[in-house]
Design a binder for this molecule. Structure first.
Ligand SMILES: [Mg+2]
Length: 282
Protein backbone atom coordinates (compact mmCIF):
# COMPACT_ATOMS: atom_id res chain seq x y z
CA UNK A 1 0.00 0.00 0.00
CA UNK A 2 1.30 3.47 -0.90
CA UNK A 3 0.23 6.43 1.18
CA UNK A 4 0.49 9.91 -0.34
CA UNK A 5 0.11 12.80 2.10
CA UNK A 6 -0.53 16.35 0.92
CA UNK A 7 0.14 19.53 2.83
CA UNK A 8 -2.61 22.13 2.26
CA UNK A 9 -1.29 25.71 2.19
CA UNK A 10 0.85 26.30 -0.87
CA UNK A 11 0.63 22.64 -1.91
CA UNK A 12 -3.07 22.14 -2.67
CA UNK A 13 -4.40 25.68 -2.42
CA UNK A 14 -3.41 29.23 -1.69
CA UNK A 15 -6.09 30.82 0.42
CA UNK A 16 -4.92 34.41 -0.07
CA UNK A 17 -3.91 34.97 3.54
CA UNK A 18 -7.31 33.90 4.95
CA UNK A 19 -5.72 31.93 7.80
CA UNK A 20 -3.52 34.79 8.93
CA UNK A 21 -6.42 37.25 8.78
CA UNK A 22 -8.66 34.92 10.79
CA UNK A 23 -5.94 34.51 13.39
CA UNK A 24 -5.32 38.27 13.49
CA UNK A 25 -9.02 38.78 14.03
CA UNK A 26 -9.12 36.28 16.90
CA UNK A 27 -6.03 37.73 18.59
CA UNK A 28 -7.37 41.25 18.24
CA UNK A 29 -10.70 40.28 19.78
CA UNK A 30 -8.92 38.81 22.77
CA UNK A 31 -6.03 41.23 23.28
CA UNK A 32 -6.83 44.34 21.25
CA UNK A 33 -3.60 43.87 19.30
CA UNK A 34 -3.86 44.28 15.51
CA UNK A 35 -2.04 42.23 12.85
CA UNK A 36 -0.20 39.97 15.28
CA UNK A 37 0.68 37.58 12.44
CA UNK A 38 2.97 40.21 10.91
CA UNK A 39 5.40 39.17 13.65
CA UNK A 40 4.99 35.40 13.38
CA UNK A 41 6.54 33.01 10.82
CA UNK A 42 3.41 31.03 10.00
CA UNK A 43 4.49 28.91 7.04
CA UNK A 44 5.15 25.26 7.63
CA UNK A 45 4.32 25.36 11.35
CA UNK A 46 1.29 23.78 12.96
CA UNK A 47 -1.73 25.94 13.77
CA UNK A 48 -1.28 25.27 17.48
CA UNK A 49 2.23 26.69 17.42
CA UNK A 50 1.09 29.65 15.32
CA UNK A 51 -1.83 30.37 17.65
CA UNK A 52 0.45 30.41 20.70
CA UNK A 53 3.00 32.63 19.00
CA UNK A 54 0.40 35.07 17.64
CA UNK A 55 -1.30 35.29 21.03
CA UNK A 56 2.05 35.95 22.65
CA UNK A 57 2.65 38.85 20.27
CA UNK A 58 -0.72 40.33 21.25
CA UNK A 59 -0.72 39.64 24.98
CA UNK A 60 2.98 39.62 25.77
CA UNK A 61 2.76 36.15 27.26
CA UNK A 62 1.76 32.64 26.29
CA UNK A 63 -1.95 31.80 26.37
CA UNK A 64 -3.35 29.56 29.09
CA UNK A 65 -5.02 26.36 27.95
CA UNK A 66 -8.39 28.04 28.22
CA UNK A 67 -7.27 31.13 26.31
CA UNK A 68 -5.88 28.89 23.57
CA UNK A 69 -9.23 27.11 23.33
CA UNK A 70 -11.05 30.44 23.06
CA UNK A 71 -8.58 31.66 20.44
CA UNK A 72 -9.04 28.46 18.45
CA UNK A 73 -12.82 28.78 18.58
CA UNK A 74 -12.68 32.38 17.42
CA UNK A 75 -10.28 31.45 14.61
CA UNK A 76 -12.48 28.63 13.34
CA UNK A 77 -15.56 30.88 13.53
CA UNK A 78 -13.85 33.61 11.52
CA UNK A 79 -12.06 31.47 8.94
CA UNK A 80 -15.03 30.86 6.56
CA UNK A 81 -15.58 34.63 6.35
CA UNK A 82 -11.94 35.24 5.46
CA UNK A 83 -11.84 32.37 2.95
CA UNK A 84 -14.93 33.84 1.28
CA UNK A 85 -13.24 37.25 1.14
CA UNK A 86 -10.23 35.66 -0.60
CA UNK A 87 -12.49 33.84 -3.06
CA UNK A 88 -14.41 37.03 -3.91
CA UNK A 89 -11.15 38.97 -4.33
CA UNK A 90 -9.93 36.16 -6.65
CA UNK A 91 -7.03 35.55 -4.29
CA UNK A 92 -7.96 31.94 -3.63
CA UNK A 93 -6.40 29.46 -6.02
CA UNK A 94 -5.49 25.84 -6.50
CA UNK A 95 -1.83 25.03 -7.02
CA UNK A 96 -1.27 24.44 -10.74
CA UNK A 97 -1.81 20.84 -11.80
CA UNK A 98 -2.71 19.46 -8.38
CA UNK A 99 -6.22 18.58 -9.45
CA UNK A 100 -4.79 16.55 -12.34
CA UNK A 101 -2.42 14.72 -10.00
CA UNK A 102 -5.23 13.91 -7.57
CA UNK A 103 -7.37 12.67 -10.45
CA UNK A 104 -4.53 10.35 -11.53
CA UNK A 105 -4.25 8.95 -8.02
CA UNK A 106 -7.99 8.59 -7.52
CA UNK A 107 -9.27 5.07 -7.38
CA UNK A 108 -5.83 3.64 -8.07
CA UNK A 109 -5.41 0.25 -6.45
CA UNK A 110 -2.82 0.25 -3.69
CA UNK A 111 -2.73 4.03 -3.33
CA UNK A 112 -4.28 6.00 -0.48
CA UNK A 113 -4.40 9.79 -0.57
CA UNK A 114 -4.56 11.80 2.63
CA UNK A 115 -3.78 15.13 4.22
CA UNK A 116 -0.68 15.86 6.26
CA UNK A 117 -1.16 19.41 7.42
CA UNK A 118 -0.43 21.80 10.26
CA UNK A 119 -4.01 23.06 9.95
CA UNK A 120 -6.58 22.12 12.58
CA UNK A 121 -9.01 19.59 11.15
CA UNK A 122 -11.86 22.11 11.05
CA UNK A 123 -9.59 24.73 9.54
CA UNK A 124 -8.35 22.28 6.91
CA UNK A 125 -11.89 21.54 5.70
CA UNK A 126 -12.85 25.21 5.66
CA UNK A 127 -9.75 26.18 3.67
CA UNK A 128 -10.25 23.39 1.13
CA UNK A 129 -13.99 23.84 0.73
CA UNK A 130 -14.02 26.27 -2.23
CA UNK A 131 -11.46 24.14 -4.11
CA UNK A 132 -13.70 21.09 -4.34
CA UNK A 133 -10.61 18.97 -3.59
CA UNK A 134 -11.84 17.69 -0.25
CA UNK A 135 -13.50 14.66 -1.84
CA UNK A 136 -10.06 13.23 -2.61
CA UNK A 137 -9.14 12.90 1.05
CA UNK A 138 -10.62 10.29 3.32
CA UNK A 139 -8.15 10.69 6.18
CA UNK A 140 -5.34 12.88 7.41
CA UNK A 141 -3.07 14.10 10.14
CA UNK A 142 -3.82 17.59 11.42
CA UNK A 143 -2.39 20.39 13.50
CA UNK A 144 -4.75 19.43 16.32
CA UNK A 145 -3.00 16.03 16.58
CA UNK A 146 0.35 17.46 17.61
CA UNK A 147 2.58 20.54 17.69
CA UNK A 148 5.13 18.46 15.94
CA UNK A 149 4.82 17.98 12.18
CA UNK A 150 6.50 14.58 12.08
CA UNK A 151 3.92 13.35 14.62
CA UNK A 152 1.12 14.80 12.50
CA UNK A 153 2.36 12.76 9.54
CA UNK A 154 2.67 9.60 11.62
CA UNK A 155 -0.88 10.09 12.85
CA UNK A 156 -2.09 10.28 9.24
CA UNK A 157 -0.27 7.03 8.45
CA UNK A 158 -1.81 5.32 11.51
CA UNK A 159 -5.24 6.33 10.24
CA UNK A 160 -4.42 5.06 6.76
CA UNK A 161 -3.35 1.73 8.26
CA UNK A 162 -6.58 1.47 10.21
CA UNK A 163 -8.68 2.33 7.15
CA UNK A 164 -6.90 -0.12 4.88
CA UNK A 165 -6.57 -2.80 7.50
CA UNK A 166 -2.93 -3.33 6.56
CA UNK A 167 0.41 -2.32 8.05
CA UNK A 168 2.15 0.49 6.19
CA UNK A 169 5.91 0.63 5.91
CA UNK A 170 7.77 3.92 6.21
CA UNK A 171 9.16 3.62 2.70
CA UNK A 172 5.61 3.41 1.34
CA UNK A 173 4.75 6.91 2.54
CA UNK A 174 5.21 9.94 0.26
CA UNK A 175 4.87 13.43 1.72
CA UNK A 176 4.19 16.35 -0.62
CA UNK A 177 4.62 19.90 0.67
CA UNK A 178 5.88 23.36 -0.13
CA UNK A 179 8.33 24.23 2.66
CA UNK A 180 11.53 22.83 4.17
CA UNK A 181 9.51 22.04 7.26
CA UNK A 182 7.42 19.53 5.28
CA UNK A 183 10.65 17.91 4.11
CA UNK A 184 12.23 17.84 7.55
CA UNK A 185 9.11 16.34 9.11
CA UNK A 186 8.94 13.67 6.39
CA UNK A 187 12.59 12.77 6.88
CA UNK A 188 12.24 12.66 10.63
CA UNK A 189 9.37 10.21 10.26
CA UNK A 190 11.34 8.15 7.73
CA UNK A 191 9.08 9.00 4.77
CA UNK A 192 9.78 10.21 1.24
CA UNK A 193 9.59 13.93 0.56
CA UNK A 194 8.65 15.96 -2.51
CA UNK A 195 8.21 19.71 -2.76
CA UNK A 196 6.61 22.28 -5.02
CA UNK A 197 8.54 25.53 -5.22
CA UNK A 198 5.54 27.63 -6.20
CA UNK A 199 4.04 27.59 -2.69
CA UNK A 200 5.09 29.55 0.36
CA UNK A 201 8.47 27.95 1.02
CA UNK A 202 11.85 29.64 0.90
CA UNK A 203 13.75 28.14 -2.02
CA UNK A 204 17.17 28.21 -0.34
CA UNK A 205 15.80 26.56 2.79
CA UNK A 206 14.09 23.94 0.62
CA UNK A 207 17.35 23.26 -1.22
CA UNK A 208 19.15 22.79 2.08
CA UNK A 209 16.48 20.42 3.37
CA UNK A 210 17.19 18.30 0.30
CA UNK A 211 13.88 16.71 -0.70
CA UNK A 212 13.88 13.81 -3.13
CA UNK A 213 11.86 15.74 -5.68
CA UNK A 214 11.42 19.43 -6.38
CA UNK A 215 9.37 20.97 -9.17
CA UNK A 216 7.77 24.37 -9.65
CA UNK A 217 4.24 23.00 -9.43
CA UNK A 218 2.31 19.96 -10.69
CA UNK A 219 1.89 21.11 -14.29
CA UNK A 220 4.15 18.23 -15.40
CA UNK A 221 2.92 15.11 -13.65
CA UNK A 222 5.57 12.79 -15.00
CA UNK A 223 8.23 13.45 -12.35
CA UNK A 224 5.65 12.96 -9.62
CA UNK A 225 4.32 9.71 -11.03
CA UNK A 226 7.85 8.38 -11.44
CA UNK A 227 8.76 9.44 -7.91
CA UNK A 228 5.66 7.70 -6.60
CA UNK A 229 6.72 4.61 -8.48
CA UNK A 230 3.56 4.68 -10.57
CA UNK A 231 5.31 5.27 -13.90
CA UNK A 232 8.58 4.11 -15.35
CA UNK A 233 11.52 6.43 -15.51
CA UNK A 234 11.94 7.33 -19.22
CA UNK A 235 15.72 7.27 -18.86
CA UNK A 236 15.58 3.76 -17.58
CA UNK A 237 17.07 4.60 -14.20
CA UNK A 238 16.54 1.67 -11.94
CA UNK A 239 14.23 2.12 -9.01
CA UNK A 240 16.42 2.39 -5.98
CA UNK A 241 18.79 4.89 -7.53
CA UNK A 242 18.52 8.53 -8.18
CA UNK A 243 20.55 11.56 -8.93
CA UNK A 244 22.41 13.03 -6.03
CA UNK A 245 21.48 16.72 -6.12
CA UNK A 246 24.94 17.91 -5.11
CA UNK A 247 27.07 15.38 -6.86
CA UNK A 248 28.35 15.47 -10.42
CA UNK A 249 27.97 11.72 -10.49
CA UNK A 250 24.73 10.83 -12.15
CA UNK A 251 22.84 7.88 -10.86
CA UNK A 252 24.74 7.98 -7.59
CA UNK A 253 23.16 5.60 -5.19
CA UNK A 254 21.62 8.15 -2.98
CA UNK A 255 18.41 6.96 -1.50
CA UNK A 256 15.89 4.22 -1.64
CA UNK A 257 13.60 5.57 -4.32
CA UNK A 258 12.78 8.25 -6.81
CA UNK A 259 15.16 10.77 -8.22
CA UNK A 260 15.96 14.41 -8.13
CA UNK A 261 14.34 15.82 -11.22
CA UNK A 262 15.73 19.22 -10.72
CA UNK A 263 18.55 18.43 -13.12
CA UNK A 264 16.10 17.47 -15.83
CA UNK A 265 14.12 20.63 -15.32
CA UNK A 266 16.88 23.15 -15.08
CA UNK A 267 20.07 21.39 -15.98
CA UNK A 268 22.81 20.33 -13.66
CA UNK A 269 24.60 23.69 -13.95
CA UNK A 270 21.65 25.64 -12.69
CA UNK A 271 21.24 23.16 -9.91
CA UNK A 272 24.83 23.69 -8.84
CA UNK A 273 24.37 27.45 -8.99
CA UNK A 274 21.31 27.24 -6.73
CA UNK A 275 23.23 25.00 -4.37
CA UNK A 276 26.14 27.45 -4.29
CA UNK A 277 23.74 30.26 -3.49
CA UNK A 278 22.03 28.26 -0.78
CA UNK A 279 25.16 27.08 0.96
CA UNK A 280 27.41 30.09 0.28
CA UNK A 281 30.14 27.70 -0.79
CA UNK A 282 31.94 28.17 -4.12
MG1 LIG B 1 2.44 24.55 3.18
Amino acid sequence: MKVVLFDIDGTLVKAGGAGARALNHAVEEMTGYKDACDHVQLQGATDKTNFENAYKVGAGRKPTKKQLETLTRKYVARLPVEVEISVKAKKYSKVKGVEKLLARLEGRAGVMVGLGTGNLKDGAFIKLEPSGLMRHFSFGGYGCDSHHRAEVLKKAVQRAARLSGSAIKEREVFVIGDTHRDVEAAKEAGYHSGVVLDGFGDEDAIMRSNPELMTKDFSDLKPWLIWLGLERDPRGVRRGTYICPDSPIEHAHYGSTGMDLRDIETGIEQLREAKRKATGRP
